[in-house]
Write a protein that binds this ligand. Structure first.
Ligand code: FES
Ligand SMILES: [Fe+2]
Length: 326
C-alpha cells in the first residue's frame, strides 16, 4: 500500500478485539502494525499504546487494578481514559513523579466488538443494516488472523460464484450460474441482492441474499429463508500489519426473532458460519496478488464480478476523497 492509503487507514475505525476478550479487564489488538492494549470493564474501554513507556513491556500482560492498568514489570499504574501514569511504586511518596502517559486512541463498543482508530476518524463507525434491531440476537465469533489483504478478504465475502466450489460441504449443490445484478450505492455503502437456490429446486424455495458493504471493510449478508426467518453474517477485516497484508477477520452472526421462534439456535448459526469461513481461508491465503488490485486491467472479470469491480472503483474514490480533504 502507498503512504496515502496507509494514512487514510489510520483514520478508519476497525475492530480490535471482542468485548468478551476483556473478561479479565485487559486485552490486546493491533492496527497497521501498532500494538494496542485495551483495558476496562467492558462497559467502558480505553485503547492505548501496547508497550509501557518505562521499559517497554507488553501491557497486554498487565492487570486491571481498580479500573487502572497495572504494568506487570514495575507496577506503574495508568489511568482509564487519559492513559496518564498515576503511580510509580518504586518512588517514595515524597518524590515528584516524572511525567508519563500512554498514548490513547478513540474507542467505541458496538456489536460486541471494541473498535478503534489510530487518528481522528475520517468516516463514522460503520452500522449494521437498519433492520437489525433489538429483536435480533447477535454473537461475535472467534476472530481469525490471515495472510491476505483486507480488500481481498472483503471481496471474498461478497463473491457468490465461488459458493459451489468452495462451499459444497457447508452449502450443498447451489446454482453455479450467477444471474446479472445491479449494485446500488448510498455514499460509501454498496448493496446488491440475489437469490441462492439449490440445483433443480423451484425459485420459491430459494433463499434471498442481501449484501451490504460499508467501505472500506465492513460487509454483511442477510439471508432470508423461504419460511420467513432472517439470518445475518457480518465481517470486518482489520489490517494488523503495517503493509496491510496481514488481517484479523472479525465476524458476527445473528438471527431475527422469527428465526429464533422457528428454533434457530445462535450457537448453530455461529458454528455454520465458522465452517463457511474456514472453507474460504485456504483460498484467500493463496491468491496473488495478496491484495485486490485497484487497477482493473490487472485481472479478467465477468458479470458475476460486478460487485468487486464496483468495490475497487469506489475504494479508489474513497482514497481520492481522503486526499482532497487533507
Ligand atoms: S516496564 Fe512497565 S513499569 Fe517498568
Ligand atoms: Fe466464501
Amino acid at each position: 500500500m502507498d503512504s496515502i492509503e496507509h494514512e487514510m487507514l489510520r483514520h478508519i475505525w476497525f475492530p480490535v478485539a471482542r468485548v468478551s476478550d476483556l473478561e479479565n479487564g485487559v486485552a490486546s489488538g493491533s492496527i497497521l502494525g501498532e500494538e494496542l492494549v485495551l483495558y476496562g470493564d467492558g462497559g467502558s474501554v480505553t485503547v492505548a499504546q501496547g508497550f509501557c513507556p518505562h521499559r517497554g513491556v507488553a501491557l497486554r500482560l498487565g492487570k486491571l487494578r481498580e479500573g487502572e492498568l497495572e504494568c506487570p514489570y514495575h507496577g506503574w499504574l495508568f489511568e482509564a481514559g487519559s492513559g496518564r501514569c498515576t503511580r510509580i511504586p518504586s518512588l517514595a511518596p515524597s518524590r515528584s513523579r516524572p511525567h508519563a502517559a500512554l498514548r490513547t486512541y478513540p474507542a467505541e463498543i458496538a456489536y460486541g466488538l471494541v473498535w478503534s482508530c489510530l487518528d481522528d476518524p475520517f468516516l463514522p463507525l460503520p452500522r449494521l443494516p437498519e433492520y437489525v434491531n433489538d429483536g435480533w440476537r447477535l454473537g461475535a465469533g472467534e476472530p481469525y488472523t490471515l495472510n491476505c489483504g483486507m480488500r481481498l478478504l472483503t471481496e471474498n465475502f461478497r463473491d457468490k460464484a465461488h459458493f459451489p466450489f468452495v462451499h459444497a460441504a457447508s452449502m450443498g449443490h447451489v446454482d453455479k450460474v450467477v444471474e446479472p445484478y445491479r449494485v446500488s450505492r448510498d455514499g460509501w455503502r454498496l448493496g446488491w441482492s440475489s437469490s441462492l437456490g439449490s440445483e433443480g429446486v423451484p425459485e420459491e424455495f430459494s433463499h434471498r441474499l442481501d449484501y451490504r458493504i460499508t467501505l472500506p471493510v465492513f460487509a454483511s449478508i442477510c439471508v432470508s429463508s423461504p419460511s420467513g426467518g432472517r439470518r445475518l453474517v457480518a465481517q470486518a477485516a482489520t489490517p494488523i500489519s503495517a503493509d496491510g497484508l496481514k488481517v484479523r477477520q472479525f465476524w458476527l452472526a445473528g438471527t431475527d426473532a422469527s428465526s429464533a421462534a422457528q428454533g434457530a439456535e445462535l450457537t448453530d448459526v455461529l458454528a455454520f458460519e465458522r465452517q463457511v469461513f474456514e472453507e474460504d481461508h485456504p483460498i484467500v491465503e493463496n491468491q496473488w496478488p495478496v491484495e485486490a488490485p485497484l487497477d482493473l486491467h490487472f485481472q479478467v472479470h465477468t458479470p458475476a464480478d460486478r460487485f468487486s469491480i464496483t468495490y475497487r472503483q469506489v475504494y479508489a474514490e474513497l482514497l481520492e476523497s481522503f486526499k482532497e480533504r487533507r
